[in-house]
Design a protein around this ligand. Sequence first.
Ligand code: ATP
Ligand code: MG
Length: 332
Amino acid sequence: MARVFSGIQPSGELHIGNYLGAVRRWVELQRQHECFFCIVDYHAVTQDYDVGLLASRTLDMATSLLAAGIDPDRAVLFVQSHVPEHTELAWLFTTVTPVGELERMTQFKEKAQRQESVLAGLMNYPVLQAADVLLYKADTVPVGEDQVQHIELTREIARKWNARYGEGFFPEPQALVSDAKRIMGLDGQAKMSKSIGNTIGILEEPETIWQRLRPAMTDPARVTRNDPGTPEICNIYHLHRHFSPPATIEDVAHKCRTAGWGCLDCKRVLADNIARVFEPIRQRAAELKAHPERVRDILAAGAERARVVAQDTMRLVRERMGLFGARERARP
Ligand code: ATP
Ligand code: MG
């Protein structure tokens, strides 16, 4: 049995990129493995965010994850800031992490462009992520492609810490990426991201999905209805491959190549299929939204279970790093 850890930021709504790239896999993994799934609010505050919305977005993310199939009887679902050991371990990990490695991270470079003055929290984001994973000594991390580089750094941090403080203490975790590892945004320019707003949320109403898809980027060669296109370079076609039945996917490709229909026709079918796939999840979310106290209780129980493991790891980490009184605290 593997020990699985993965996280998601409450930086917006759970979108189809998050779902296909990560969360769908979480739901499968929880059936056979010991899973920790974390809503990482300390990560979310590294970018511009609305203070008044963070708490409700955290609750909404938990609701969406439960509706998507995370089962609190199988997996531990919790909020990062409820387990302060995450930040304690992150601090200790900064002492074995080369700044050069942090500066070359793709996500850092991309997100730093959007900050007026680049803040240390954004640079240290992957260190906190390493702490998230290693606190639970997880060996498997299901993520989208954009996070693979961070998991490689997590392995390096584990290696460096182990070399100095105790061989074999932390495992070197592996990223697990799905066949939908990088879903492009509706702008067709960047990966779908909560913080960019080029998303379709999994709980969106059918009409909203349609409204979001209508202006979405397609193959630029299809200037008019009669211009043929190349489905392989169109994001809408790639989305069909995740949401439409095989016969429809074939039909979509053919009609695109032969200008048999317009992009709006193609998007209409996609909108209907996305809405259909998420219909049961939307229903479960509506039930949960009527009982937010249930979600709060699940998160409280999850934090309690996570804390047991986190505190155990931290006691041993403090001891190995020679902190005053740690030996006594580790073995009362
Ligand atoms: P933000 O823009 O705030 O970074 P995000 O949409 O990138 O938000 P995260 O919370 O950073 O979402 O990531 C949660 C999980 O979803 C990670 O495993 C990440 O790799 C995965 N993921 C995010 N975007 C995509 C995408 N477009 N395609 C596939 N997987 C994705
Ligand atoms: Mg992200």
